[in-house]
Write a protein that binds this ligand. Structure first.
Ligand code: XIL
Length: 320
């Protein structure tokens, strides 16, 4: 039988999933799904700063390494996630004990150490994640406040120097349709490129295709034109964290509507030549950030809690 992986490979598309590192260690069924259904993986949390350097100079790579080894064994691309974010920070970085200068040096060292370690094994990096505010200006993060707006260009340059062959992305949510944030992201990417900053791609998280109880079709209907718009800047584009959350409890109608959304999202990416990858933010409801991240919502993924195929899986495959 065809899998997502076989169908996507025939279309020259990377199909990916966020990897839960604990499930990868303990759940054979999960490992099999990951291996047969996907040709790209993104560590869901294992490469975030708090998990690779919980104390200054104390590196804990084991879980990230395990995902990268798994990917190599199974001939999968790795999307590294993520080097600069306001979340997932170790306390020693976020608690304000470092001076501005020390903070900048710590960020540079973090980027260089991480990207060098995985050079040749991680093909794509989400260099900066969620740097925009809803109004399209730069987010008031620790990075902006302490280092100034130049931190974004610096991060890309440091990453490029550490692995010249990796593709470097800016990644965000809420920019899949015509929002002020999308405009801000567009202008930012255009300006960075004009300044010669090494940015190769734009990632759209795409957590926006929610069902309550009917789909809000605006993000969905604009996804393709948004991908096209950014491709026009001469960069690759990708759907990096797709999920379609449902308001609980679920019923057959919601599951069917969800399937339709997955199918159409796949179609949007396939319709844009520069849309190079489509990643699900979890393959299964068994391991999902949604119920805790967005209380009252869930069942957001293509496989159910027993790793069985939902309408979303079948529709996604038929949309590829
Ligand atoms: C989430 C993970 O899925 C959770 O397990 C973790 O507790 C918090 O981070 N946007 C991102 C991802 O870029 O890194 C986030 O992942 C989900 C939202």
């Amino acid at each position: 039988e065809e899998t997502l992986r076989t169908v996507a490979a025939a279309r020259n598309l990377r199909i990916g999933a966020a990897v839960n590192d604990r499930a990868l260690e303990t759940d054979n069924g999960y490992r099999d799904k990951l291996k047969y259904e996907f040709n790209s993986v993104t560590p869901e949390n294992a490469m975030k700063w708090v998990n690779v350097e919980p104390e200054p100079g104390v590196y804990t790579w084991a879980r990230a390494d395990a995902i990268v080894s798994f990917a190599q064994e199974n001939k999968q691309m790795v999307r590294g996630h993520t080097l600069v974010w306001h979340g997932g920070l170790p306390t020693w970085v976020s608690n304000g004990s470092l001076s501005d200068q020390e903070l900048r040096a710590a960020l540079q060292r973090h980027i260089q150490t991480t990207v060098k370690r995985y050079a040749g094994r991680v093909a794509v990096w989400d260099v900066v994640n969620e740097v925009l505010a809803e109004d399209g200006t730069l987010r008031q993060s620790i990075w902006l406040k302490r280092l100034g707006p130049g931190y974004i260009a610096d991060a890309f340059r440091w990453a490029r120097a550490a692995d010249p062959s990796a593709k470097l992305y800016i990644n965000d949510f809420g920019a899949e349709w015509s929002t002020p944030k999308r405009a801000g992201l567009y202008n930012l990417v255009r300006d960075l490129r004009a300044q010669g900053v090494p940015i190769d791609g734009v990632g759209f998280q795409t957590h926006s295709l929610i069902q309550d109880p009917m789909p809000d079709t605006t993000p969905l209907t604009q996804l393709k034109s948004t991908l096209q718009l950014f491709a026009g800047l001469g960069v690759d584009v990708a759907v990096t964290e797709l999920d379609v959350r449902l308001k609980l409890p679920v019923d057959e109608g919601k599951l069917a509507a969800q399937g339709e959304v997955y199918r159409r999202a796949a179609g949007a990416c396939l319709a844009v030549a520069r849309c190079v990858s489509l990643t699900m933010w979890s393959l299964t409801d068994k391991y999902s950030w949604v119920p805790s991240g967005v209380p009252g919502w869930g069942a957001a993924h293509p496989l159910d809690e027993k790793l069985g195929k939902k309408p979303a899986y079948l529709q996604l495959r038929s949309g590829l």
